[in-house]
Ligand binder design. Structure first.
Ligand code: FES
Length: 370
């Protein structure tokens, strides 16, 4: 600890015109009970070849950071991202949009970080300080000293006498800022009816009702699902089981007699009016209303459907109401029936949007009722 006497003996007159900025800086540190154990500029003679070489390396890092950040913005704006169906070759480049976003942003941040670290490790002075702890507010004198400290640090960083680094830093930082706001551009596009329409909408089948099919394309009949069992169903349209209709994944459940009776009693009028349940079969959206994982673990004894991601549970015999976990919405029900050829079909699209909540989605079934 620095004694008071020692502190007084070292005190300097801040109005002394002979004081250098470093003297004031030292005084600022002393006032703050900071002792300089070691202070040594990396390059005592400014402008040496070695210093210039190091500057160029740091500048290169910032330039690369800027180029990769611009690459990120370019991928965001121009890389194909829409699912065009089953394709190969050049048409399958949309699959690389997300990895390319990650690669370009990751490299940009990495080069920016390496640039900052190299600057600190190879260009800034080597310094070692110790400081005593103390309390209280700052006097005007202290503020003046703090100002000198900041100026001294700016001097040490060398932005003034290293214009190359200044420009390279700005070149790296500006596109990174752009990369941070570019994803907001995705909010500008109107999503149209993509949030409210699934592959079960008749529009996808020339106005005709859409049948339910397995992943392998075989169309579903009642005898294909045993009592208490369930199967994942997709719209029987071209590409119906692909990512193009990722919001259409549906769980077709064959309830036991007493469970089916209980569900019929509990049915919301909107589902009753739509004749949504066929026999002992009910179809719910498989997309968890929390954040969209597949909710597909059906426990027939408790008639609960469990989402494995965050353990939300839905009561299958009560309109798939959420009864546990973070999900707050019911799983929407798909109105189904069986046609004259014995295959399941959707009598209409989902009555409420599938998936997690969003700002202007129609409400929960009971709120729709109100
Ligand atoms: S996504 Fe289902 S509980 Fe979180």
């Amino acid at each position: 600890m620095v004694s008071e006497n020692k502190k007084d003996s070292e005190r300097v007159d801040l109005n002394d015109p002979k004081l250098t900025r470093f003297d004031i800086y030292k005084e600022a540190l002393r006032k703050d009970d900071i002792e300089i154990l070691h202070y040594e500029p990396r390059f005592p003679t400014p402008g040496t070849k070695e210093e210039k070489r190091m500057e160029r390396i740091v500048a290169m890092m910032f330039v690369l950071a800027g180029l990769f950040a611009l690459g990120f913005v370019a991928v965001m704006a121009f890389w194909p991202w829409e699912y065009p169906g089953e394709v190969t070759g050049w048409d399958a480049w949309f699959k690389w949009q997300t990895p390319m976003l990650g690669i370009t942003l990751g490299l940009s941040l990495a080069f920016f970080g390496i640039g900052i670290l190299t600057w600190a490790k190879k260009l800034l002075p080597v310094e070692e300080f110790v400081q005593d702890r103390h309390d209280g507010g700052s006097s005007m004198e202290d503020r003046k000293l703090a100002e000198a400290t900041i100026y001294n640090m700016t001097e040490d960083i060398g932005l003034k006498r290293r214009p190359l680094l200044k420009k390279a830093f700005l070149f790296g930082a500006a596109p990174l800022g752009l990369a941070a706001v570019a994803p907001l551009g995705g909010l500008i596009k109107d999503p149209g009816d993509s949030l409210t329409k699934t592959g079960f909408h008749p529009d996808h089948n020339d106005g005709q009702p859409v049948r339910l099919m397995n992943m392998d394309g075989s169309q579903l009949r009642p005898d294909m699902v045993s009592v208490g069992g369930q199967v994942t169903a997709f719209p029987a349209i071209p590409g119906g089981a692909t990512n193009k209709y990722a919001n259409s994944s549906t769980l077709l459940i064959h309830l036991r007699d007493d469970d089916a009776a209980e569900l019929r009693e509990n049915l919301y009028p909107m589902y009753r009016d739509a004749d949504a349940v066929w026999g002992n079969f009910v179809a719910y959206s498989k997309i968890c209303t929390h954040v969209g994982c597949p909710a597909s673990l059906y426990e027939q004894h408790t008639h609960r459907l469990l989402c494995p991601c965050h353990q939300s549970q839905f009561n299958v015999v009560d309109n798939a109401a959420p009864v546990f976990g973070p999900a707050a919405r019911h799983l929407p029900m798909l109105p189904i029936s069986v046609d004259e050829e014995g295959y399941f079909y959707a009598t209409q699209d989902y009555l409420i949007p599938v998936g997690p909540a969003y700002w202007n989605r129609p409400s929960l079934p009971e709120e729709v009722e109100e």
